[in-house]
Structure formats: C-alpha cells, structure tokens
Design a protein around this ligand. Structure first.
Ligand SMILES: C[S@@+](CC[C@H](N)C(=O)[O-])C[C@H]1O[C@@H](n2cnc3c(N)ncnc32)[C@H](O)[C@@H]1O
Length: 326
C-alpha cells in the first residue's frame, strides 16, 4: 500500500513558528541565569548556552517576568497551604516544578500542557537526565511512572500534550490524569494566550472559570501593542512567520482585564511590567542592576511598558487572597 503524505498547510507552518517561541523563552532565561539574574539549576538540561549575547534590557525584562509571576504563584500556593493544583498552559520547557520541589512548595499536583511535539522533547530530556527525573521519582509513591511519548504522569507532576484550542480534548486529558475541579486551582500562562485568537483565549478562560469553583489565573503577555513600539514588536515576529493572533486583547491593561471579567471571573487586576519592576524587592533589583551596565534606560522602560501581568480570581475570599497585590 502506498503511504499517503499529508500536505503541509499554512496552519502547520504557523503552529511550528509558535512552537519555536518555547526555545526563545528558555534560551533567554538560561542566558539571564548564567549572568546571575536569578538561580535556575535545571534550565541547563533543557537548552544549550547560547553564544549569542542578550542585551541587558532583555535580561532585566526576564528578571521582572520570572519574579512577578513567581510572586503570585507562590502567594497562591502558600495561601492554600499547598492544598491546590497548578495548571501551566503552554508551559514549554519551564522549570517551575523543580523550583517548587526544592522550596517545599509543591502543590498537590502540578500540571503542564503544551503541543505534543514540545511535550515529547521535554519528556525525552527528563527521561535522560537524572537531575530532572530524580525529583519526580522522589515525589512518586510507586516504582513505575506513566511515561509515553506525549505524556508523563506521576503523583505530583503531570505533563500533557494537547492543543489549547481544543477544549474538549484538553478537559478529557486533564481528567484522565486526576485533575480535580474541587481543588483550588491556579492557571498560569506566560506568553501563550497571545498566540490564540481572542475568541479561542476567551473560550479557554471561560472554560476555566466554569469548571473550577475556587481559582486564580495569572497571565503574562504583551500590552500597549497598538503604538509604534508595539507595531515593531509585531513586525519582528511576523518576519519569522510568527503571527500574534490574539494581539487585539493586548491593546491595553483594561482589555486584558476585560477578557476575564466578561467570562465569569470575579476580579481582575493588571499591571505593566515597568510598574511590577518598581514594586519588586528593591535590594535585589539593586543587585541585578549592578550585574551589567545598561546604556539604554529608555529602551528598558519602553520594553517593560509593553508587557504585563494580569491576574483574575474566583472565590477570592475563600482563597484568602484579598491582600495579594504587588
Ligand atoms: C513563548 S513560549 C512560552 C513558554 C513558557 N510559558 C515560558 O514562559 O517559558 C509559548 C508556548 O506556548 C505553547 N503554545 C502556544 N499555542 C499553543 C496551543 N494552541 N496549544 C498548546 N501549546 C501552545 C508553545 O508551544 C510554546 O511552548
């Protein structure tokens, strides 16, 4: 029988361009950690050190991103005394599971979702690198982990290959791996929703609000994208065939909040990253500002003003999250 070849479509090419962004994020994080911006002993097992230097403003931007997101994530886990689950959407090669394990902050279960191709790569690295696999085995009660090409399941950590645009498929896979709608749940998406159309990301956050009673959603991504600087960012990505399908929601902090408030979330707050940077512990900010000389202060400001963190909650009082703010 003759093998049939599937034609490569425009949407395959577009998805492939989106998948490459996972390496961009990890390469930048690895470079910044090699300069001492923060510690991440695990990222070296996922991406090679690049010979290409990243500019100080990029490194400071990643510092603000990682610390801003971790601040909210850790506050949620502490408030729930770890009796919660975290679902990292579009997690790529992120290493948060290992950090939480080292800091005794593991939730009951930490889920990650990404395209099957990315998940297969991540699982291959975990299987072949003991510093990655050992903490998973240590937090698992039986001898055997469930690992196949596109998923890994253990007591505390599950990685699922799924498309975030296919909600029935996503829900079915999460349920298969013991996701529990009754547990307080934190959703995390870092530079991910912008690759979905506004309709697709609204459906995703609506599904999250309707499925989980007590929940928080932390979303990091671009903002103020309608101005000149934003347009240049869009053009740079388009040159790599990478289309920001959801850029319309990234026009303002208000639009970011509205995505949640119009889909069943009870509260929503949003800050641009320049504001977050100014609210982070200043002693450590002073330390990282001494790591590298920054010539272009204005460029740093512009860059950070074009990214944001938006966090939304449901059943906030039960979470005791009233004081969670930067
Ligand atoms: C910019 S990377 C960010 C990775 C990670 N969140 C981080 O901050 O390091 C975006 C990630 O979202 C994933 N992604 C985008 N669209 C997706 C979709 N429809 N389904 C599953 N994953 C998706 C990509 O494969 C990629 O890993």
């Amino acid at each position: 029988m003759m093998a049939t070849r599937q034609p490569i479509t425009d949407s395959d090419t577009a998805d492939e361009a989106v998948r490459t962004t996972c390496d961009d994020a990890s390469v930048c994080k690895r470079f910044a950690t090699s300069k001492g911006y923060w510690k991440d002993p695990y990222i070296q097992y996922f991406v090679r050190q690049t010979s290409e230097r990243k500019a100080p403003e990029i490194n400071r931007g990643y510092y603000a991103r990682v610390h801003g997101v971790n601040f909210l994530l850790d506050a949620f886990i502490r408030k729930t005394a770890c009796k919660c689950q975290v679902i990292n959407l579009g997690a790529g090669l992120d290493t948060t599971f290992w950090r939480l394990k080292d800091e005794n902050l593991l939730p009951k279960k930490y889920f990650e979702v990404d395209f099957p191709m990315i998940v297969a790569r991540k699982i291959h690295n975990i299987k072949t690198k003991p510093p990655l696999s050992k903490p998973i085995v240590e937090t698992h009660s039986t001898d055997s982990l469930l690992i196949d090409g596109h998923s890994l399941d253990s007591d505390r950590y599950t990685i699922i290959g799924a498309d975030l645009r296919d909600l029935p498929g996503l829900e079915e896979k999460l349920k298969r791996f013991q996701m529990s709608p009754e547990l307080p749940t934190l959703f995390l998406s870092e530079c991910v929703l912008v690759y979905l159309t506004p309709q697709q990301s609204s459906s995703l956050v609506r599904w999250a609000a309707e499925t989980f009673h007590t929940a928080m959603f932390v979303n990091y991504e671009q903002v103020h994208m309608a101005d000149r600087f934003g347009q240049v960012m869009i053009e740079n990505l388009q040159r790599r065939q990478c289309n920001l399908a959801g850029v319309e929601v990234c026009r303002s902090l208000e639009a970011q909040k509205e995505r949640f408030l119009s889909t069943g979330w009870e509260t929503a707050d949003a800050l641009d990253m320049m504001t977050v940077y100014s609210l982070l512990p200043q002693a450590d900010v002073g330390r990282i500002e001494r790591l590298e000389f920054l010539d272009e202060k204005e460029l740093l400001q512009q860059l950070l003003q074009h990214y944001s963190i938006c966090w939304a909650t449901k059943d906030k009082l039960k979470l005791g999250l009233s004081e969670v703010a930067f």
